[in-house]
Design a protein around this ligand. Sequence first.
Ligand code: 3HC
Ligand code: NAI
Length: 697
Amino acid sequence: MSDVVTLERQGAIAVVRVNNPPVNALGIAVREGLQDSFKAAEADPQVKAIVLVCEGSTFIAGADIKEFGKPPKSPGLPEVVSGIEAGSKPSVAVIHGTALGGGLEVAVSCHYRIALKSAKVGLPEVKLGLLPGAGGTQRLPRLVGVEKALDMIVSGNPISASEALELGVIDELVDGDLTAAGIAFAEKLIADGKGARRTGERTDKLDGIDNAALVAAKRAEVEKKTPGLFSPQRCISAVEASFTLPLEEGLKRERELFGECLVSPQRSALVHAFFTERLASKIDDLPKDTPVREINSAAVIGGGTMGVGIALCFANVGIPVKILEVSDEAMDKAMERCRDTYMMSVKRGSLTEDAMNKRLTLVEGVTDYADLSGVDLVVEAVFEEMGVKQKVFEALDTHCKPGAILASNTSSLDLNQIAEFTKRPQDVVGLHFFSPANVMRLLEVVRGEKTANDVLATAMAIGKKLKKVAVPVGVCDGFVGNRMVFQYGRESEFLLEEGATPAQVDGALRKFGMAMGPFAMRDLSGLDIGLSIRTRQRQTLPAEFKLPTILDKMAAAGMLGQKTGKGFYVYEKGSRTPLNNPELPAILEAASKEQGIERRELTDEYILERTLFALINEGAKILEEGIAQRSSDIDVIYINGYGFPAHQGGPMFYADSLGLDHVYNRICEFHKQHGAWWKPAPLLEKLAKEGRKFADL
Ligand code: 3HC
Ligand code: NAI
């Protein structure tokens, strides 16, 4: 047997044990080990039943994603899985942690399944641009019916063990020692005279239902929700085969469709997104043994939009948090906002009232800095003015205990300057949350010049604890995300001056996969924010850096976005649906005329180049300056904070996939046509000329 899969016999029960840290992925050694172990158990006349159990924190979490794109090695998972199901002795999978993808496919090829109550099961392949390729699309519908199987496979979302029990995916919930529970269950099977029970042979959940109608409805839903995605429609086709073809042919069809997904560019982009999200938490120059400070309590200064959201992040994971405001009245308002925000989740059904009340007991409003003397971490989220921040950090320095981490949520001010307001700049770090802070996954962890290693390590760890995707960044105006988005927003507005409409620009970027177009986004956040940045920039920018004037014109006409019911689009009262703004064309035409531009038709392709290449060029500058430690970190920021489509891999991955020479050449043309903003990043020029990619750095 192999090192990663062992076989032992306990009485009449063979125990097959997988031990392949960190997540028992089904690499070649595990596949061989499983196949050999099940064959040996089948051949052993003393064995009456087989138990499959995993070591470590989880059951098998799926195929080994690192093997994708490499030459396949035999035995493949479909063969292993079919072998397990074909066995004549009853087999039991004991699930803890997660049984995902190939892991669940192995489990459903076993004849019975038991699980800890805390376990989850699912087929998340679609999130990697794939479909379940080892029988999942054929066996899950036979277990739970086509409707539920389609839901699980097309969404990729796991379900809890309790739901799995209700659906019949799991036979029994157990607790205590996994092996003992598996053996007890297997011994009962033997005592009850129960034999092999093969999912693949069942048809009861497929019969008598209009499965074709379910498939048609799912196709229409997917076409509407995610029109540009490659794998979801193929997931549906594979499930369709479960009721239109016999098992063997269905499995063949699944294999073909899996192969199509495997070679699709979206699959490599999504796998890139998966691994780089994990890579982002690793800081190259931070020693592995850097200690982490304990964070058992927190405080937030300022209970406005961000402060409340940040406070809820702590309460959500059980960390008591104080919100400090300027007055009792402001503090009461902040506490009210906490409750209101939670109430929205209660109304949506994603939070129970009990859970809300429990969380609210963790949030305390205060007005006196002396109340913060015991907290381990403070996040400042007051007005974006250096003078205000100075007063806050001086007060924190006076009142917080030694070793407390002092963080700022500033989105554009100089963190190094803020750190110097204290006598402990080594304890100061940026925690740049995104709005709404309790929802958005991204957290830029800003490393100041003097931030101590253990403070940085703690900030990254607390990000993970808060269930955020924490990405380290350096100090500069806008850090990574906002610095790049400024380029993108500006170019979008220039496109309006040149002849495009907001709907056309938003439409092209939505078709590319962006969660929202830049103009719908501007309307949502309010035009005044962009305008105030512009006004500040006009005072400092050299003359050759022109700025569009559309925001100024719109603000003068009272169009500030959703909050005024009118912006790049108009909104009916109480609605967030963007409708054509009939007053806008006159403003756009006036802006074009003022700039001496003859309005023209712009293609979607051109719109993508002007907006996305602006992101990429700035990303290259950011990389060169060391503000981001690797190009993939920029991708992670864009996917998790700015709605960049994961199936395009992020802006830097997208640039690599287009070829940097092409991107560089187009940027050179834009530089000639549109001037200073488009000066190519020296790093981009260098890589393009050397025929290299950002990923090669
Ligand atoms: N293959 C290879 N490595 C994997 C992996 C996999 N399927 N799943 C996780 N890992 C690695 C991660 O890259 C990470 O490595 P690192 O420590 O070097 O960064 C390590 O395992 C731990 O992962 P997480 O940090 O994500 O650990 P968590 O405890 O937060 O989460 C998890 C565990 C829920 C299992 C999560 O890792 C996960 O969702 N994994 C992917 C599951 C998945 O997509 N499975 C389907 C694969 S495709 C498939 O099975 C095809 C089949 O149908 C043929
Ligand atoms: P806001 O105006 O909604 O809230 C600021 C709060 O701070 C107010 O409730 C105010 O009473 C309080 N406050 C002001 N001075 C204070 C003081 N001295 N002591 C205690 N409380 C004080 O502002 P918002 O939007 O929450 O922004 C806060 C910070 O977060 C800013 O630095 C901003 O740049 C940053 N940020 C904002 C984002 C956004 O989308 N709004 C996104 C990311 C960061």
